[in-house]
Write a new protein. Structure first.
Length: 256
């Protein structure tokens, strides 16, 4: 299926590794021109050298001025922006009982505020191209997790902003949707598994709770859904939360 993403310029935050890198790979396969915004210069360079038609900016997304400058540079260089994937974030473990107000505020800057800031700067360009926005959220915003107040609050905000922006941007034909992963095998996820005494046992325990296939989701499965939501193939879909999690969030574990 042709997703009509050929020659589209699409920003992917956190695009150097994990889910972001899978999205970048998928965009390249569709003939698009992904633009990585990521703090990791080494990983960004490696991915851009591996793939064709990939450019990158390495900076801290909490730097509002640099966000503005990066968007302006893209417009000056390429003349257009066709899509934005707000993906960057980290489950930083800022809890209620063991965190601090300062750490909570920092977590919101790291996981939520840059979604607004970057989208604010990109939205005028998307009006010209009738582009699309895809926000990456987390099932923890729906279920809670325990011990991660900052991240969960941020991802809940991401889901609310998805609906809010879908309404605000309707007159301009800009679609806004969210993709909600749960257990996805990425380098960060592997690092988390390795904090357990028996990582393999922990992985198997989690997989037994995932109804479809008894396995974790792959990064490419998240990426495929993101690409579809960016494309004109999903031209009448906006304001939606799409769960790509093998039924983990909603299906009764007792069914299998």
């Amino acid at each position: 299926m042709d997703l009509y993403l050929q020659d589209k310029y699409i920003i992917v935050t956190g695009g150097a590794k994990g889910i972001g890198a899978a999205i970048v790979r998928g965009l390249v396969a569709e003939g698009a021109h992904p633009i990585i915004f990521d703090l990791d210069e080494e990983a960004s360079l490696a991915l851009s050298e591996e793939l064709q038609n990939v450019s990158y900016f390495t900076f801290d997304l909490t730097d509002i001025d640099f966000c503005r400058k990066a968007v302006n540079t893209i417009i000056q260089k390429y003349g257009r922006i066709d899509g934005l994937v707000n993906n960057a974030g980290i489950n930083d473990g800022v809890s209620l009982l063991h965190g601090t107000p300062e750490a909570f505020d920092k977590s919101l800057h790291r996981n939520l505020y840059h979604f607004y800031n970057l989208t604010h700067f990109v939205a005028p360009e998307l009006k010209a191209t009738k582009g699309a926005i895809v926000n990456i959220a987390s099932k923890t915003a729906i279920t809670g997790q325990g011990g991660t107040s900052g991240y969960v609050a941020a991802k809940g905000g991401v889901l609310s902003l998805t609906r809010e922006w879908a309404v605000e941007l309707l007159p301009f034909g800009i679609r806004v949707n969210a993709v909600i992963p749960a257990e996805v095998m990425t380098p960060l996820y592997e690092n988390w598994l390795n904090t357990f005494p028996d990582p393999l046992q922990q992985k198997q325990l989690i997989e037994q709770r995932i109804p479809l296939g008894k396995r974790v989701t792959t990064a490419s499965e998240i990426a495929d859904t993101v690409l579809f939501m960016l494309s004109e193939r999903s031209s009448h879909t906006t304001g939606q939360w799409l769960f790509v999690d093998g039924g983990y969030t909603h299906l009764d574990r007792a069914i299998s």
